[in-house]
Design a protein around this ligand. Structure first.
Ligand SMILES: [Zn+2]
Length: 314
């Protein structure tokens, strides 16, 4: 997609160049002679140009500039008009994802259709403790509601620590049965970071895997994988819900290991416990997650089921 846009710009620049020259024969003559001269140098691979070559090129460059100025033609009339001068619309600068692409991903994947509409409503201020029992105890001895309040606090503290210093923030591994608010907390973290101008990537792990597979077949490269590795904060939702393959395991290790080494924080949510992650994805994946993330267990009763019982639409 990036490439199509780039190609279109290059085509457009070429057309503009040719049309300009067609309308300005005098300019075209200068251009042709200059091209000829530069080609001569390449063909002869001269390390130092002869004095006459130098003099002719300089005279022509001056004529060209004067002509352009007199006719109100921009100096870069043959150059593509990039949306982003930094990466010339490639999305990559020095092997890293350009800011423009991070922004585009944020918009398309987080603000746009990728994050479903109902998730966009899920902010810290809308996280309700009412769904957690004030009487039922967790294995830690506090009530499920008290525990949920602690979890909410830990998620907000994570955002605060990322804002303070992304490289010293410890990530989170949110675990527990489904329907306990893990995805809610993931999207609330996304919102809160985005409000503070930090670009997170929110992605459901199974979507990431299918996107990588598709784009590797297409272009041999995955921009989403590159982004998942390099983005300031990665929110990886619902690990373990996908069909686990060797491919998924090695990609997951790659992402988690890279981010841990580069001290780039991540939030991972999963119905699996860390012990189960070790069994399903390997010990080394689990150990990298433990090194980079604080494990947080959610307790309670499936909120979706509670809502259904009350006749509330989720
Ligand atoms: Zn750019």
């Amino acid at each position: 997609m990036f490439d199509e846009r780039r190609q279109a710009k290059l085509r457009e620049a070429r057309q503009r160049y040719e049309q300009t020259l067609a309308g300005h024969p005098e300019l075209a003559a200068i251009e042709m002679r200059l091209i000829e001269l530069y080609q001569q140098r390449v063909l002869r691979s001269q390390s130092r140009e002869s004095a006459s070559w130098q003099a002719e090129v300089e005279a022509l460059e001056r004529q060209r500039q004067d002509y352009l100025r007199q006719h109100n033609i921009p100096q870069d009339f043959g150059e593509p008009q990039w949306d982003c001068a930094l990466c010339q619309d490639t999305g990559i600068v020095e092997g890293k994802i350009c800011r423009c692409e991070q922004q585009r991903l944020l918009e398309s994947r987080f603000r746009g259709a990728r994050l479903p509409a109902r998730l966009r409503e899920q902010t810290f201020s809308r996280f309700s403790l009412d769904w957690y029992s004030p009487t039922r105890k967790t294995p830690l001895g506090n009530s499920e509601r008290e525990h949920a309040a602690d979890v909410l606090y830990a998620c907000q503290a994570f955002v605060a620590s990322v804002i303070e210093d992304p490289h010293s923030a410890t990530g989170l591994f949110l675990t527990g049965q489904s329907g306990l608010g893990k995805t809610f907390l993931c999207s609330a973290i996304c919102h809160s970071l985005a409000e503070n101008n930090i670009v997170p990537l929110y992605v459901v792990f199974s979507d990431l895997i299918s996107d990588m597979r598709a784009s590797f077949q297409d272009t041999g490269d995955s921009l989403l994988l590159a982004t998942a590795r390099e983005v300031p904060v990665l929110i990886l939702d619902d690990l373990g819900a996908e069909h686990v393959t060797d491919y998924a395991v090695s990609r997951l290790f790659d992402i988690v290991n890279h981010r841990r080494n580069e001290r780039l924080p991540m939030v991972i949510s999963s119905n699996l416990t860390l012990t189960e992650v070790a069994t399903v994805y390997s010990e080394r994946v689990a150990s990298r997650i433990i090194e980079a993330c604080q494990p947080i267990m959610l307790y309670g009763e499936d909120i979706r089921a509670q809502k259904r019982k009350l006749g509330l639409v989720d």
